[in-house]
Design a binder for this molecule. Structure first.
Ligand SMILES: Cc1cc2nc3c(=O)[nH]c(=O)nc-3n(C[C@H](O)[C@H](O)[C@H](O)COP(=O)(O)OP(=O)(O)OC[C@H]3O[C@@H](n4cnc5c(N)ncnc54)[C@H](O)[C@@H]3O)c2cc1C
Ligand code: FES
Length: 271
């Protein structure tokens, strides 16, 4: 990953242009944020103030899903009170958006064929990267997982930019009946590609399993972590995760500033 935290962070007071359900419990929100759309890079996120009510003062972090001219979108899952309220906000409602924040995926150091692995709403963190990989003519395959077909995300968007997508669902309602990791292992063992790079985002258990696969097969793997956040500015230490350093010590790094993108094998998963 690339640690290029930008000095350009913008606090937009914008309005919602659209906010529509795209799958069971998942919404796509579109708003105008010209400077963020101009400066954001794959993997970076925005910090969104959902409401100024007491009890909802903390912003919520979301990855930028797409950028088009002056507009950005975010693809989000309803998890708790903040995302529920967000899903109820209509077109024209004011929104405070801070960003772009965090580091970025680095596909220039490892310009290998890419396997993108997204679990649930985690695929949202890989869409800008998918677009950038295609623009740079890097062969890319997507592996997208969901609990069931009605919660499947982004397959059409990925196919629209020319990416072959493999699907896994927990209940087998579409695609492989099982986990994205089953498909990933198959691809690593059977593919004729020289050496892929894996980029992944999703639930903690999925990422931890992918880190083991990365270590077993020696495949470079970058993951986007989605720890809970407070400030998203590197101050509160609410988002830290344990990382093994080059000196083989463990230090706690901030997902909001040193991340959200890490090498999968640097994270200490079993603490
Ligand atoms: C860098 C980053 C990028 C993200 N990008 C996206 C995105 O593009 N799309 C998307 O749908 N989500 C994304 N998330 C996750 C999203 O921020 C949370 O789902 C959201 O903040 C939950 O807010 P809430 O008020 O609805 O839930 P809360 O009321 O805050 O929490 C409800 C419950 O969910 C748990 N919880 C909340 N957040 C998390 C979390 N991050 N990890 C594990 N458990 C959690 C809480 O412990 C609690 O039990 C991202 C997170 C990070 C850090
Ligand atoms: S969220 Fe405050 S330091 Fe990362």
């Amino acid at each position: 990953m690339r640690n290029n935290r930008l000095s350009n962070i913008y606090d937009h007071r914008t309005v919602i242009l659209s906010n529509e359900a795209v799958a069971d419990g998942h919404y796509l929100l579109r708003c105008e944020c010209a400077e963020i759309a101009q400066h954001a890079r794959p993997g970076q996120f925005i910090h969104v103030m959902v409401s100024q009510d007491t009890g909802m003062l903390l912003r919520r972090p979301f990855t930028i899903y797409t950028m088009d001219g002056h507009e950005i979108t975010m693809l989000y899952q309803i998890i708790g009170e903040g995302t529920k309220r967000l899903s109820e906000m209509p077109e024209g409602e004011p929104l405070h958006v801070l960003g772009p924040l965090g580091n970025t995926f680095d596909f220039t150091t490892h310009p290998n064929p890419a396997i993108l692995v997204g679990g649930g709403a985690g695929i949202a963190s890989l869409m800008l990267l998918a677009t950038a990989l295609r623009k740079n003519s890097i062969e890319t395959i997507g592996v997208v997982g969901a609990q069931r077909q009605a919660r499947l995300l982004s397959v059409t968007d990925l196919r629209a930019i020319g990416i072959t997508v493999h699907i896994a669902t927990d209940d087998g309602s579409i695609g492989h009946h099982g986990y994205v990791t089953d498909i990933l292992i198959d691809m690593i063992e059977k593919t004729n590609w020289p050496r892929p790079t894996i980029y992944a985002c999703g639930p903690h258990g999925m990422l931890s399993a992918i880190a083991k696969i990365a270590a077993n097969y020696g495949v470079p793997t970058q993951i986007a972590m989605e720890n809970r956040m407070g400030c998203a500015m590197g101050v509160c230490l609410g988002c830290v995760c344990p990382v093994r350093t080059a000196a083989d010590t463990i230090e706690y790094q901030r997902v909001c500033t040193e991340g959200p993108v890490f090498n999968a094998t640097d994270i200490v998963w079993d603490i």
